[in-house]
Design a binder for this molecule. Structure first.
Ligand code: NDP
Length: 284
């Protein structure tokens, strides 16, 4: 009987990348599904991306994740893009398919799935999105494609904010609106969902929270944060105090990992195993 000693390889390219916990959840999922896949966390500097992408092809990787600062730069090394990745203009997941590299963006899909897991429907809703960076672009576009009526982008930099609003209004059925963020931002009173897609509150600056008027929060609202380290941000604590439904950044991370797992393996992801692995890793 012939044996196969060659594992299927996936992983992540980033700079910095040492503290990226995705490998923990993917490896737990591979083990649970008894798949001979390995997820390798790789330090790739900006000047090394071309070589790393060539290496990906040469070493027959099944795919890879991209994180800071490679999500836009990687586009030039790919053969095909998903419709969402084309609209967002950034890729966080590459899949090797019959010799071609196909790029998708699963950040927003993971976020959307974390809402669905908590019973939150997006269709027809008015969303206020804090931030217009990489995570916000992916989330804004996916919420718009999932049927949100309006996506209000609240951002300090008008250029980045208006660019995302333009993409949403032109490329999706939703309406995009830009809300300038100078001083304390006021969230429009009829918004149903507010999402913090800025890094405010991320470790080690856990005593920070976005500068918005918190009187908007109430039991009628859904409040979500992308920050997952520490997941119990001051932003979510303020929302919980006022009775809002709170969704932390762990769900987005696990769901994004689950989407990637299925893209690479073709197998349904063991989300419970992945959630438990992440919670263990964070001592939760
Ligand atoms: P970017 O640097 O691309 O964008 C950051 C955005 O936040 C910009 O719009 C910036 O505004 C805004 N911002 C930064 N600081 C402030 C501040 N003090 N007040 C108001 N706005 C601010 O970052 P990313 O989008 O890549 O990442 C954002 C967060 O998302 C990070 O914490 C990251 O860890 C998290 N993330 C979580 C994931 C998960 O699975 N849970 C997945 C991916 C990311 P401006 O344009 O005005 O500068």
């Amino acid at each position: 009987m012939s044996k196969n000693y060659r594992s299927q390889l996936v992983g992540v390219f980033g700079y910095p990348v040492d503290e990226n916990p995705t490998g923990v959840i993917e490896e737990a999922a591979f083990a649970a599904k008894k798949l001979d896949f390995r997820y390798i966390t790789m330090l790739v500097e900006p000047t090394g991306l071309a070589g790393a992408m060539a290496g990906l092809r040469a070493m027959h990787f099944r795919g890879v994740n991209l994180t800071i600062p490679h999500k836009v730069e990687v586009l030039k090394y790919l053969d095909e893009l998903s419709p969402a990745a084309k609209i967002i203009g950034a890729v966080n997941t590459v899949v090797a398919k019959e010799g071609k590299l196909w790029g998708d963006n699963t950040d927003g899909k993971g976020f959307l799935a974390s809402l669905v897991d908590e019973g939150v429907a997006v269709a027809g809703k008015k969303v206020a999105l804090l931030g217009a960076g990489g995570a916000a672009r992916a989330i804004g576009v996916e919420l718009a494609l999932a049927g949100a009526a309006v996506v209000r982008v609240v951002n300090r930099d008008p250029g980045r904010g208006e660019d995302l609003v333009g993409v949403i209004s032109r490329e999706t059925p939703a309406k995009g609106e830009y809300i300038p963020w100078r001083g304390t931002a006021a969230i429009p009173g009829d918004s149903d969902i507010v999402v913090n897609a800025t890094p405010v509150g991320l470790y080690p600056k856990v005593d920070d929270r976005p500068d918005i008027d918190y009187s908007w929060f109430s039991s009628a609202r859904v409040v979500a944060d992308v920050v997952f380290n520490d997941p119990n941000t001051l932003f979510l604590q303020a929302a919980a105090e006022r009775g809002a439904k709170c969704i932390n950044g762990l769900g987005m991370l696990v769901n994004q990992g689950a989407v990637n797992f299925t893209l690479w393996t073709g197998v349904e992801a063991p989300k419970d195993v992945m959630t438990q692995a992440l919670k263990r890793e964070f001592g939760l």
